[in-house]
Unconditional design. Structure first.
Length: 55
């Protein structure tokens, strides 16, 4: 029904994807997304620390 379609098409509930890749593969992955017409962007990195740091 219409409500289901709205929920399934809502960018807040569908469509987002968070991935972790090796730093040396970041550019290759972002380029592959771009080639497929999908926006890909790096938003952070893993430091190995046991603390979370958001800047």
């Amino acid at each position: 029904d219409e409500v289901d379609q709205i929920i399934l098409a809502d960018a807040q509930t569908n469509g987002g994807l968070l991935m972790a890749v090796a730093p040396e593969k970041e550019a290759q992955l972002v380029d592959a997304f771009g080639d497929a017409g999908i926006t890909g962007i790096a938003i952070g990195h893993i430091t190995g620390s046991d603390r979370i740091c958001i800047r």
